[in-house]
Design a protein. Structure first.
Lengths: 113, 107
């Protein structure tokens, strides 16, 4: 298993540009999450999904959108990028919330200038 | 959602046992208690998880009292490589991270 993969690893955007951060897992996990982590801070939940076709907001959803058309993929869309979205983005997944380990991807470092 | 409270930072020396306590007063019946470790520029890494009493694996032990309002992560004989941020979570579905405990291990 490749686990949780994220692309790209790094990206620089200009203010107002858009992009999609990709997240894929090959473990047939139902639950998937997107977090952002600002320098020296903890992780903030952006969006999460409990299965294909089902998504819900986390703590900081403004400026982001997600979709979950398949079990494997959970892309995060940034529309009209702003400097405040400069952060490291982590995707995570697990099978179910009762006793399963959660797996994290390696992260995407995004800079908005 | 169960909110967790941990010490902001802790210091230790190599070879010592480190105990990090987490408070989760409003934990729900379905919530599991999970601890993660995070190194700079990396995603969090699962350490240990439990529901009640004591759980032990090859790297740590987790102690959970009967009321489940707190838990203690125990790291036996820490080394320099255990310097990291440790997060405690009590969750079932919507996984919210707290601020974590920054552990610094000195030689």
């Amino acid at each position: 298993n490749a686990g949780v993969t994220q692309t790209p690893k790094f990206r620089i955007l200009k203010i107002g540009q858009s992009m999609t951060l990709q997240c894929t897992q090959d473990m047939n996990h139902n639950y998937m999450y997107w977090y952002r982590q600002d320098p020296g801070m903890g992780l903030k939940l952006i969006y999460y999904s409990v299965g294909a076709g089902i998504t819900d907001k986390g703590e900081v959803p403004n400026g982001y959108n997600v979709s979950r058309s398949t079990t494997e993929d959970f892309p995060l869309r940034l529309e009209l990028a702003a400097p405040s979205q400069t952060s490291v983005y982590f995707c995570a997944s697990y099978r179910n919330p009762w006793g399963d380990e959660q797996f994290f991807g390696p992260g995407t470092r995004l800079t908005v200038l | 959602l169960a909110k967790t409270t941990q010490p902001i930072s802790m210091d230790s020396y190599e070879g010592q046992e480190v105990n990090i306590t987490c408070s989760h007063n409003n934990i729900a019946t379905n919530d599991y208690i999970t601890w993660y470790q995070q190194f700079p520029s990396q995603g969090p890494r699962f350490i240990i998880q439990g529901y009640k009493t004591k759980v032990t694996n090859e790297v740590a032990s987790l102690f959970i009292p009967a009321d489940r309002k707190s838990s203690t992560l125990s790291l036996p004989r820490v080394s320099l490589s255990d310097t990291a941020v440790y997060y405690c979570l009590a969750w079932a579905g919507k996984l919210i991270f707290g601020t974590g405990t920054r552990l610094q291990v000195f030689p």
